[in-house]
Design a protein around this ligand. Structure first.
Ligand code: URA
Length: 188
């Protein structure tokens, strides 16, 4: 069943389905275009996102903005979300039970937006959405189609800030996304 935006956003804002609710300042549901052709999915809010209630507004977010711009897109055209909607303490990786509790919100967002392409930013998103056994350094840059949606696993922008040598591969992945967008546009 596809629920309404209002009900998803209301539920997220009041969510107490896992322990992350105890330490959050704000929930971070995601933001962007409700008709986006492309969604970017990260891991979970960091300190800046927790303070602002908005996804990818810190240093990694500034790099994501540049990546989106380099693709010829704007933040307003795409939708940006995370696997978990509340900040994990010390920015640790979300626990399996936190991911499990939160994923229905992301799935509801997919059902409402119906994107053609989902870019999984980093291992947490790629494992949650594509395959728990996925290894991001090995499996990035390869399309996976699930129920008619094209999924592209690539590096998280925070990983690119830590290791700039990964940027070339990430850019190759984003170019594949741009090519797929064109291809799908021509099919319509
Ligand atoms: N890292 C993420 O995975 N998501 C954010 O929103 C910010 C940083």
């Amino acid at each position: 069943m596809v629920v309404s935006w209002q009900s998803v956003l209301d539920e997220i804002s009041q969510c107490e389905k896992c322990e992350l609710c105890r330490t959050r300042t704000h929930t971070v549901p995601g933001e962007g275009n409700y008709h986006a052709r492309v969604m970017f999915v990260g891991e979970g809010p960091g300190a800046d996102e927790d303070r602002m209630g908005r996804p990818f507004v810190g240093r990694a977010g500034q790099l994501l903005d540049k990546m989106i711009a380099a693709m010829g897109l704007t933040r307003e055209e795409v939708y940006i979300a995370n696997v978990v909607k509340c900040r994990p303490p010390q920015n640790r990786t979300p626990l399996p039970e936190e991911t499990f509790a939160c994923l229905p919100y992301l799935r509801a967002q997919f059902a409402l937006i119906r994107p053609q392409i989902i870019v999984c930013l980093g291992a947490t998103a790629a494992k949650a959405l594509i395959n728990p056994e996925l290894c991001i350094t090995r499996d990035r840059g390869v399309w996976v189609e699930k129920k008619g949606v094209w999924m592209m696993p690539t590096y998280h922008p925070a990983a690119l800030l830590r290791d700039v040598s990964k940027k070339r591969e990430a850019w190759e992945d984003l170019q594949l996304v741009m090519a797929k967008l064109k291809e799908l546009e021509n099919e319509q």
